[in-house]
Design a protein around this ligand. Structure first.
Ligand SMILES: Nc1ncnc2c1ncn2[C@@H]1O[C@H](COP(=O)(O)OP(=O)(O)OP(=O)(O)O)[C@@H](O)[C@H]1O
Length: 368
């Protein structure tokens, strides 16, 4: 790994994690999915019969807009990426860069004011954007789980934890109450919670315990992919480390594929093998964490890492990006290398060796 502080600032000695949870319509408030981003050894990656690595998730040229003040405004623009089985991808970006919108699109949980304007999302061989809600429900939570931002608040305050998890399990499976309860207790144990937690109400749990419940909910249905959207944001530093270590273990044990969404680069260094840097709704740079951190190509990535290098112990929490995406490069106004051409031309994604970079000044003709 490179010499950057973020790569060395691990929690517990190694790199990895992430997670996510959300709501399941019609099943109380609790959703079912967690994500981990843990580097998985190459040998454990899924391969096809010919030995090729298979993509579990393929996002192609995805654009999503929200209806705002009477017109549609882009929140995600032309994003493409692939997640292979057993992979762990960190999606990093400032607040407002489109990370959550991207995740909600994958889960089929966009609000009615949003629309997918282009692109394709193929998950486990299925084109998700073509599925009807009923079909999507069979994928969501069962095959693809998500831990949402502030997911602890997704627990219903007036029902016991076990009851909520049993309902979640039974909603998605043909199972008896006893079978479901057995699965729930096993899931609670696998996140290091005592079985007695099933009989408690959410207000009787600490923040860390609630987050463990949320993780239990996410792994309850044994999804293939976990999407974790800022899973530890609301937790203190010690609890955050515990949760990340837990996620790391669960990802490893269940051989989960992880998408970990964060604005905290310190966590990425611990959890992920690959990184996609987003800015202004689009994918600025993608590659292995090791490559990107050792030698960032995009000026924005370099900017992020340069900021990190200056830190000793503290965390880097990125700022907020709320500029409306217009025609040129989204990073134009902040880019130290920008030339006039960058103001008018939206940059294509270019493959530069094993990574992709979206900058008019990289990997091709430069104009001024
Ligand atoms: N429901 C909505 N209606 C209108 N605009 C929205 C909505 N949700 C998000 N946006 C806008 O879409 C853009 C991307 O937001 P998004 O929440 O996806 O970014 P993010 O990177 O996940 O940020 P955060 O970390 O703060 O959640 C922002 O400009 C945001 O204001």
């Amino acid at each position: 790994m490179g010499e950057h502080a973020l790569l060395r600032r691990t929690v517990g000695g190694n790199c990895q994690w992430g997670m996510v949870v959300g709501r399941t319509p019609g099943v109380g408030n609790i959703g079912g999915g967690i994500c981990f981003l843990a580097p998985i050894p190459e040998a454990r990656r899924g391969t096809g019969t010919g030995g090729e690595v298979m993509a579990l998730l393929e996002v192609e040229n995805l654009s999503v807009s929200y209806l705002t003040d009477g017109s549609y405004v882009d929140a995600v623009r032309d994003v493409s990426f692939t997640v292979e089985k057993g992979d762990s991808l960190a999606i990093v970006g400032e607040s407002g860069s489109g990370k959550t919108t991207l995740a909600m699109t994958l889960m089929g949980l966009l609000p009615v004011t949003a629309r997918v304007t282009s692109g394709r999302v193929t998950f486990d061989g299925t084109d998700l954007l073509k599925l009807k809600e009923e079909e999507l429900r069979r994928v969501r939570w069962r095959k693809m789980g998500m831990v949402f931002q502030a997911s602890q608040n997704a627990l219903d305050p007036v029902r016991k934890v076990g009851q909520q998890l049993v309902e979640l399990y039974r909603y998605h499976t043909k199972s008896t109450k006893e079978e479901a309860r057995g699965e729930v207790l096993r899931a609670l144990e696998s996140v290091n919670l005592d079985r007695s937690v099933a009989n408690l109400y959410p207000h009787e749990l600490s923040g860390g315990m609630k987050q463990r419940v949320v993780i239990a909910a996410a792994i309850l249905l044994d999804p293939k992919l976990l999407i974790a959207d800022e899973p530890t944001t609301a937790l203190d530093v010690v609890t955050q480390a515990e949760i990340l270590l837990l996620l790391k273990r669960v990802v490893r044990e269940r051989e989960l594929t992880l998408i970990f969404i964060t604005h905290d680069l310190n966590l990425v260094s611990v959890l992920c093998k690959r990184i996609m840097v987003m800015y202004g709704g689009t994918d600025m740079e993608q590659g292995t964490l090791e490559d990107v951190v050792a030698s960032p190509s995009h000026p924005y990535t370099a900017h992020l890492l340069g900021t990190l290098e200056g830190l000793e112990e503290g965390k880097l929490v990125l700022g907020t990006h709320r500029e409306v995406i217009k025609g040129g490069c989204p990073f134009y106004s902040r880019c130290p290398e920008a030339v006039d051409y960058c103001r008018v031309r939206f940059p294509d994604r270019r493959e530069i060796g094993p990574r992709s970079v979206r900058c008019l000044l990289r990997g091709g003709e430069t104009r001024s």
